[in-house]
Design a binder for this molecule. Sequence first.
Ligand SMILES: [Fe+2]
Length: 473
Amino acid sequence: MVSKTIQTASPYLEGVYQPVLEEITARDLTVMGEIPRDLNGLFAHNGANPRFPPGAGHSWFDGDGMVHGIELNDGDAIFRSRFIKTQGLAEDLKAGEATYVGSLAMPGQGKRHKNVANTDLVYHSGKFLALWWEGGTPHELTLPDLETRGTFDYQNTLTGGLTSHSKLDPRTGELFFISWAPKPPFLNIGVASEDGRITRFSEVPLPGPRVQHDMALSDRYIGVFDFPLMMDFKRPDQKALGFVLDDETPARIALVDRKDESAAIKWFDIKPCFMWHISSAWDEGYEFVLVGARLDGATRHTKSGAILDDLPLVDGEHRFDSHPYMWRLNTRTGAVTERQLDDSFVEFPRVNDHHICSGARYSYMARIDINQPTLEAQGIYKYDLATGSRTDLKLPMHHIASEMSFAPRDGAKREDDGYLIGFVTDKQRMTSEFWITPADSIEDGPVARIKLPQRVPPKFHGRWVDAEAFRTA
Ligand SMILES: [Fe+2]
């Protein structure tokens, strides 16, 4: 039987997180400042927005996918909000209630694994695709209207789930992704060609099931992780699924050769940790360099019995006290060096996507205040990895942001020749804006603040698509 419990106690269903049910298209928006005319395209941000009060075991990560988009054209803006019309949402709409349970529901509590397509977006093979963290068939959205066209299975060549945080090599047009499962094979890597077919799908052997989320890509390697984070079925009087970090097992990074499928996978032991999100990776001589937001301990529970509840948690489980961090893996000697880049708390790191695998100098990370009860960006840091310096996009009091993306301006010449873009919400007024901030001087603040007719709940991951990708179609 499906539980109909409404978990109103969840901070991720209340306040600014309250779902918005109306789909809107709005023009003639009020703008403070001026929208740059050299920024033309569409930004969409994906996130969780439960259409109905959720069932048992609901997590923030389980809500129905909704994209909020801003289309920019020669200084004008159009705002759109659209549910992603998944099969699971259609089932709920037919029933008039949530018919699935969440990812923290115990086995037997109801129908699960609803591909909500709520996590990430990628523009690949001429299609704008919404991806899901658990891994499923991508959902294609139209541009610029953001309507759901249906699922896209890469011309029937996708044989496993395609997880969010796939990495697109801008030079080859190939999309690299992971596919993970609680049963063997626990982890596969996949490659999709620019013409929309899966060209590689191969196992990376792991000693057991692992919760996966992100991956890395350089010009030579696909980087995947063996972080010993797993579902926890063994708590006393357990009423909901949890996660446990096996802090007695080393964390490892695997480097898989991009071109030579027969090459042995290179494994590197690193200090115990977990990482939801990487920033970027690149090759430097024989070194594979990786930057991301690293956690000492990912969860409240560890296998050795520690209960780490001194910090706020997402859904009572996930810690978010991450720091910016760099690993250097020597692919010749096997040596590993690693270091924390800053003692600030950060999440949702992003770079200029054109530099995702070839050496991004600048990383834009959401600044997190761990004294807040939920994972919210209190501002954005721009890290210059070449100099170690940091600049800060500050938000007015009571305002929060989500991840912010980089969008190159037309004719951009430098890596940071463009804008940092994203939604900002006033928690007191419960109103949202879209901010456009020159990326080479974020400390000076935005040049445009577009007032929106609808609150935008804090979201997961966004993507900028240049106008030529859809206006010439
Ligand atoms: Fe993510």
